[in-house]
Design a protein around this ligand. Sequence first.
Ligand code: G6P
Length: 360
Amino acid sequence: SDTEKGTYPHFMLKEIDEQPFVMRRIIQEYQDDDNNLKLDQDVRDAMKACDRIYIIAAGTSYHAGLVGKQFIEKLAKVPVEVHVASEFSYNMPLLSEKPLFVFISQSGETADSRSVLVKIKELGHPALTITNVPGSTLSREANYTLNLYAGPEIAVASTKAYTAQMAVLAILAVDTAQAKELQLDFDPMQELAIVANAMEVLTEQKEAIEDLAKNYLATSRNAFFIGRSTDYYVCIEGALKLKEISYIQAEGFAGGELKHGTIALIEDGTPVIALATQSEVNYGIRSNVQEVEARGANAMVMSMKGLEQDTDAFVVPHVHELLTPLVSVVPLQLLAYYAALHRDCDVDKPRNLAKSVTVE
Ligand code: G6P
């Protein structure tokens, strides 16, 4: 069942493995019998009516929001701001005339997000909640809800909710584009089905990732994830996974920012994990890898099929370039899992962390 581990040693590993099935469930739930996108008309109307979207979230959900901004801006042509919930209230940005607030929350209970919702409701602005828990507070108190259909997520480190959030955001972006009668050559359901298959291939490559975790992360104090463009957002999620459960000090950086500080931290043997799934920045990220290697880093490149080089440590299957985060995060989730395992950490219940933070 969804709330039992079965033959799995940890919920986290089970939930990583469930991701292809979650993708297929999302495809089913958001499609009607004629293969058209199926979203509530009032969500469509709200998306079409707004002049700017404010995404509010925390933790991993915030990282999904950063990717969601790309989907919505590129496909639906609506400007999007992404805000960390706890910071939003201190320096509330000047709002547009017709804002729509989108709360992304696995649990639907995060206190920091809830307090933003209270505030913006006082101002009379509409809100849409994207959550894995129908009936949660954020869902009940918002005007509209989209469900993630990921099934219960038990491990503190979020995995399947993150990829589900990005999938639903992609569907929402395409639906909005259609409502606005924009021409797209992007079929979200077809592309998500390819993503589901790619995820399945990746979950069958656990041994290779376990070896990488042992070789690169078994004894290191710190680790850096570097990427450019969309890969950068996946890097900060990969770093969050690693720090949460293995307690390795991990940070994600934009490749271009390395030279402005982080490169000073590179020593002999420092692990650097570079993502290379975007053709536009393939050259740039690979120069970064050379720069850190020249300073002694123990660098590994995770690339996408079609952009790979012989020396790459791991290659993920090819998917549509917009959707690479849903696929490239899987080896990073597994990397964090095996690093934690080999360092004897409590994978499902890391110290000091809660699954849902219901206090501000
Ligand atoms: C906690 C959890 C994280 C999660 C964050 C936001 O910190 O440990 O895994 O990403 O809260 O939670 P939410 O339920 O709002 O997505």
